[in-house]
Design a protein around this ligand. Structure first.
Ligand SMILES: NC(=O)c1ccc[n+]([C@@H]2O[C@H](COP(=O)([O-])OP(=O)(O)OC[C@H]3O[C@@H](n4cnc5c(N)ncnc54)[C@H](O)[C@@H]3O)[C@@H](O)[C@H]2O)c1
Length: 327
């Protein structure tokens, strides 16, 4: 092996923030990945996981190969709901990018930034097909990392004006409100009751902890006609009767959702109308009337990480960012 092949680029979280890929670029890259998947040109087995300690803790292995992007690799990502009490992030992990021709690892990078941004981007891609284009009021339940990145992504293609923000910790909501107002110029109303971040909103994003047994806070009768909801935290926030008020219940990958059902998640959800590939490729229509209620429950795909990782790697090389390490 030559010296150039005998090394990989380590890209830290701080490096990735410095590269600062735009949300527009991330959304566009994911649109290509979903189109490729619609044509059967992505390899992505359902993610295996381990669950150290508490049953709601997870560490997942998420491999994917996207030939059109010459992208192959795996994300090793943890979600520990009690980390907040320890002052630690809920989501953490690493991503390995391989050379798709030789299989050699070419980069190891932090995956926190990518996970945050690509999840918001997947909401935006679903919203483009499932939300009313004039949607301007967004309800956010769970004002953490996802509460931020989902607003960032939705603001790319929607004329957002107002955010109704709810978090179980009202200090978190207050900080979120001032940050989002300053960053995106939106009016943010912190609310004390979850219902106030649902009723009256055009788009609702739930982003609290993922629980096998849903806390099912959102009740039937809370959602208005014409709403679009993105369930970043699985069905944890929704009562089954509230979910059944949607006319189109979608997900990002049906086999993966079925895999989770076998593990005990999603025990009472409506029939699945479509996955995001079918919507992006136009194989099934998205929203057809301004009255229908639509939902996507995106589980988070390895493909999305592997669509973004090569862009980060290329920009890091171009800008001389990152640390070369010997293999
Ligand atoms: N589907 C995906 O692709 C994907 C990707 C990343 C994260 N997630 C999930 O998204 C969720 C949020 O992740 P994050 O990184 O933003 O976590 P985070 O810790 O940054 O934020 C979670 C926030 O939810 C709040 N919260 C807890 N219980 C709540 C409740 N009942 N109502 C309202 N707020 C509540 C917490 O106070 C915290 O502010 C997690 O469940 C995570 O596993 C999903």
């Amino acid at each position: 092996m030559s010296e150039a092949e005998n090394r990989l680029l380590y890209i830290s979280q701080a490096d990735i923030k410095k590269i600062n890929l735009s949300m527009r670029d991330i959304i566009d890259q994911l649109e290509v990945a979903f189109s490729e998947k619609a044509e059967g040109r992505v390899e992505m087995p359902p993610k295996p996981g381990i669950h150290p300690g508490d049953a709601d803790n997870f560490i997942h292995a998420m491999p994917a190969y996207i030939p059109a992007m010459k992208s192959a690799g795996v994300k090793w990502v943890s979600g520990f709901p009690h980390n907040q009490e320890r002052g630690l992030p809920y989501i953490s992990g690493l991503l390995i990018l391989n050379d798709s021709e030789t299989g050699l690892p070419i980069s190891v990078m932090d995956c926190v930034w990518i996970t945050a941004k690509r999840t918001g981007a997947a909401t935006a891609i679903a919203a483009k097909r499932l939300a009313r284009p004039e949607s301007s009021i967004v309800g956010i339940l769970g004002c953490g990392v996802q509460g931020r990145s989902n607003i960032e992504a939705l603001s790319v293609d929607f004329p957002l004006k107002k955010v109704m923000a709810y978090d179980i910790d009202n200090k978190v909501t207050a900080k979120y409100a001032s940050e989002i107002e300053a960053k995106f110029g939106l009016e943010v109303t912190p609310v004390d009751k979850p219902k106030d971040a649902v009723s009256g909103c055009d788009i609702v994003v739930t982003a609290g902890p993922i629980l096998k047994k849903p806390h099912a806070t959102i009740q039937a009768g809370w959602i208005d006609a014409g709403i679009f909801a993105s369930l970043v935290d699985f069905d944890s926030y929704w009562h089954p009767d509230a979910l059944k008020e949607s006319s189109k219940f979608c997900t990002d990958d049906i086999p993966q959702l079925q895999h989770y059902q076998e593990m005990g998640y999603f025990q009472d959800i409506p029939p699945i109308y479509a996955d995001l590939c079918e919507l992006v490729a136009g194989h099934k229509p998205g929203r057809e009337t301004s009255e229908e209620c639509t939902i996507t429950c995106n589980l988070g795909l390895a493909m999305n990480d592997m669509a973004v990782a090569p862009l980060i790697y290329q920009r890091a090389i171009e800008k001389g960012i990152g640390t070369w390490l010997p293999l």
